[in-house]
Design a protein. Structure first.
Length: 230
């Protein structure tokens, strides 16, 4: 039932239903192929295989449009994960949605996973119909790579602006650059920094923005190169 409510929220935002042939929500909270009833399907594979299954049920020209968008996002975020979130294919980092997309009867939609991203990119979206959390475009229309790149960049910046709780900062390709806790806008607790190649570079702790305890700089092979105490 929770899955159904989440999916329903997506359709309420877009004001449309899925394209014929695309997976659609069932009242039992599971997903069935478009076009009919019958018993609920067996649990679907996770990650990219689950997205493959979603797209396999989408008819043309929607399918080709979503395939192109998926490839665009993958080229921008080669290190992101894929998943089904809120009933739609999505790219995620650290479990957080970065970009989602879906097929509907008369249009396709891109979901930046944040209304704030749409507000920040309003000047670039003048030629598109938007709702509270989505950008609509034609079933045979390609979103410009530059626009998708900007939307992704804005979403990553939003994740890096957390003031309370865990903050994650990413390189532009989706690799993790730094992560740690924030409290009242200040670094607090353990933090880790990584190189662009994914290796751990530095670790240490903060107490409301002040460096405390032992800080370590790491070599690429995982050995310690420098230790400093505060």
């Amino acid at each position: 039932m929770i899955q159904w409510r989440r999916a329903h929220n997506v359709y309420r935002m877009t004001g449309a239903f899925p394209a014929f042939g695309a997976p659609r929500p069932r009242l039992d909270g599971r997903w069935a192929p478009g076009g009919g009833g019958g018993p609920s399907p067996a649990p679907t594979p996770r990650g990219a295989e689950q997205v493959d299954a979603y797209l396999a049920a989408v008819r043309s020209p929607h399918r080709a449009t979503l395939d192109a968008l998926r490839a665009t996002i993958r080229s921008i975020l080669p290190y992101a994960d894929e998943a089904i979130k809120y009933g739609m294919p999505a790219f995620t980092l650290g479990g957080k949605g970065i970009a989602g997309y879906a097929a509907f009867k008369n249009h396709c939609s891109y979901f930046p996973m944040s209304g704030a991203v749409l507000d920040a990119a309003a000047d670039a979206l003048a030629g598109y119909q938007t709702s509270k959390g989505a950008i609509r475009f034609g079933i045979d229309e390609r979103l410009p790579v530059a626009l998708v790149r900007r939307l992704v960049k804005l979403r990553l910046a939003e994740l890096a602006a957390v003031e309370n709780g865990r903050r994650r900062e990413y390189f532009d390709d989706g690799r993790l650059r730094a992560t740690g806790q924030m409290k009242d806008g200040k670094l607090h607790g353990r933090w880790e920094w990584f190189r662009r190649d994914g290796t751990l570079m530095r670790t240490g702790r903060f107490e409301l923005g002040e460096q405390v305890g032992t800080w370590t700089t790491w070599n690429r092979d995982g050995t310690s190169s420098k230790t400093t105490r505060y």
